[in-house]
Design a protein around this ligand. Structure first.
Ligand code: DQA
Length: 157
């Protein structure tokens, strides 16, 4: 089964950007750690980052042609504004987990609202790079449950 991880604007600057908030770890290292855990558990994983809203919408839509089973997404600042990312997630109907490094509920008021939190399976926020690890565990659990339900259906249970 295949998982796609989508990172929004400015997350390519992790390690340089507001280190007091987001920490010193680079995006490529976060991705590497996720890749190790996903592979250990028998999942394929791919990564995408863009600073452009429309490209992120395209990346979500393309999941349908790429055989992706689940999406882990940190839309970054677009979390708080993007109806098109919300609509794309609804359109593809794939299970999705929302991830944030910082605790968006404990920051400025404009970050309290997420446009996607009610269209994803759940949100993990505030654990730094470990949020991605927790997001991956959540997604693998969701996909394993879907797989088991399908197998049970096939077996006529
Ligand atoms: C973020 C939180 C957003 O409010 C912010 O704009 C980001 C990163 C996070 O991971 O904590 O760029 O999504």
């Amino acid at each position: 089964m295949k998982i796609k991880v989508i990172h929004g604007p400015n997350l390519n600057m992790l390690g340089i950007r507001e280190v007091n908030i987001y920490g010193p770890m680079k995006l490529e290292d976060i991705n590497k750690n996720m890749e190790v855990v996903a592979k250990q558990n028998g999942f394929e994983i791919e990564f995408y980052q863009s600073n452009h809203e429309g490209d992120i919408v395209d990346a979500i839509q393309e999941c349908l042609n790429e055989g992706v089973d689940g999406i882990i997404i940190n839309p970054a600042a677009l979390t708080h504004t993007s109806i098109s990312i919300r609509d794309a997630l609804r359109a593809v109907k794939l299970p999705a987990v929302e991830v944030h490094l910082s605790n968006i509920a404990a920051r400025e008021e404009f970050r309290h609202k997420s446009m996607i939190s009610d269209v994803v399976a759940g949100t993990i926020t505030g654990f730094g790079p470990f949020s991605y690890h927790l997001g991956l565990l959540a997604m693998m659990q969701i996909l394993n449950e879907i797989k088991m339900a399908k197998e049970a259906q096939k077996a006529g249970n």
